[in-house]
Ligand binder design. Structure first.
Ligand code: AMP
Length: 401
């Protein structure tokens, strides 16, 4: 059974085709610069290894999805005889609010709800919904499934998701903590439990998804009980260009002292802060680590703040769960940076966490990096959000395998 996974952003569409018999990827690619000059599609057929780049005007998502369908049936680069070979399409959807505690098949009602949730995720949900709508028009008989970044965290208790603000903000506007990266946190926790030969239901795990966006989650017996991102993906850890936790009083302070409006402040906190803002050189942790090693002071401060905050969250989640059995690092920085892993865990021996510096040198592959005597297991687990979307889609279309 072949499943297409789509991740529709504001100006891009990422896609992968899976053969669910062995969960292999048949093709993957991206349409970039939708609605902007210079749009193109980059595509790779995995088995043949054939790659192509198609430069073409893509004024809207409709055209983008059509291009993807064309290349998937192309005699040279395609992986499908006919687009009808697709038995389902799974979509990554940013925000499911409280309406979607799990992945769901998408009919008219669900699509309307996803659109309605655009008020909570104005930069993402409208494009996710547009992708669903286009596929409905082009392939009306193919079932579609939405998989939400927020669903996994719907198990958080009130004490973790209610902000200490007037309660009406929650009741009237849905201002609460939702959390994101849910598919990734769930996936890597499941793999770590399997590696430990134990059921997720018996374990207390902290998963650190450290990429350009970063979040950390406390998973108590399979349930997310707290996570660092909140109402939006701006809360929590230091990120590439996002500030994470700051004193909210800084916002009115900037308004008064700089004369900035809401849009300007939002832009600074989302796009000019984090590793980029502190270091002044880059949002990419590779550049920062290199610069820090060659003596760039602010790059070193950026690494130190990033790791210090990861460490503080680990401590607080250990307290929230009353212990930890495993810590999992994933995503670009978590999978690659031995410096960040090592520095974030330094000094946590009192919690039974010790890593083996030799084992920690590994990159981008599943590995246990804790020392033999460490009571808490520490893992690197490469994340695979597309596979989770394909699996959920398969299960919702076919029933559990
Ligand atoms: P993601 O958002 O998961 O794609 O992760 C992007 C982040 O991973 C960027 O900050 C990259 O610099 C970082 N990253 C990727 N490869 C490495 C590496 N080899 N060492 C350190 N950071 C890396």
């Amino acid at each position: 059974m072949k499943i297409l996974v789509l991740n529709c952003g504001s100006s891009s569409i990422k896609y992968q085709v899976f053969a669910m018999e062995d969960e292999s990827v048949l093709a993957k690619g991206v349409v970039e610069r939708i609605g902007i000059d210079g749009s193109f599609l980059e595509h790779k057929a995995i088995i043949s290894g054939k790659e192509t780049k198609v430069e073409q005007d893509v004024p809207h998502h409709n055209k983008g999805v059509s291009l993807v369908f064309d290349i998937l049936q192309d005699p040279e680069f395609g992986v499908l005889e006919s687009i009808e070979d697709l038995k389902a399409v799974g979509h990554r959807v940013a925000h499911g609010g409280e309406a979607f505690p799990r992945s769901t098949p998408v009919g008219e009602q669900e699509l309307e709800k996803i659109k309605d949730l655009s008020r909570l995720a104005p930069l993402h949900n409208p494009h996710n919904a547009a992708g669903i709508q286009v596929v409905r028009e082009l392939l009306p008989r193919v079932p579609q499934v939405a998989v939400f970044d927020t669903s996994f965290h719907q198990s958080m208790p009130e004490k973790a998701y209610i902000y200490p603000l007037p309660y009406e903000f929650y009741e009237e506007m849905g201002v609460r903590r939702y959390g994101f990266h849910g598919t990734s946190h769930k996936y890597v926790a499941q793999l770590a439990a399997r590696e430990m030969g134990q059921s997720l239901d018996d374990l207390k795990i902290i998963t650190a998804h450290l990429g350009n966006g970063a979040s950390i989650t406390a998973i108590d017996r399979g349930q997310s009980i707290d996570t660092s991102m909140g109402f939006t993906p701006l809360e929590g850890l230091v990120m590439g260009t996002r500030c994470g936790d700051i004193d909210p009083a800084i916002v009115p302070f900037l308004q008064k002292n700089k004369g900035w409006d809401a849009e300007k402040i939002e832009n600074v906190l989302n796009k000019e802060s984090g590793l980029l803002g502190i270091s002044g050189i880059s949002n990419d942790s590779r550049d920062i680590e290199e610069a820090a090693e060659s003596g760039h002071d602010r790059a070193q401060v950026a690494v130190d703040i990033f790791c210090y905050r990861v460490k503080k969250y680990i401590g607080s989640y250990a307290a929230a769960m009353g212990g930890i059995d495993a810590i999992v690092f994933t995503a670009g920085i978590g999978e690659n940076s031995d410096i960040v892993r090592s520095q974030s865990l330094q000094g946590l021996e009192f919690l039974g966490i010790e890593i083996d510096q030799e084992k920690n040198k590994v990159r981008r592959k599943m590995a246990e990096i804790s020392s033999a005597g460490s009571r808490v297991k520490v893992f690197i687990v490469p994340t695979n959000e597309e596979l989770v979307i394909a699996r959920d889609t398969h299960e919702l279309v076919n029933g559990p395998s």
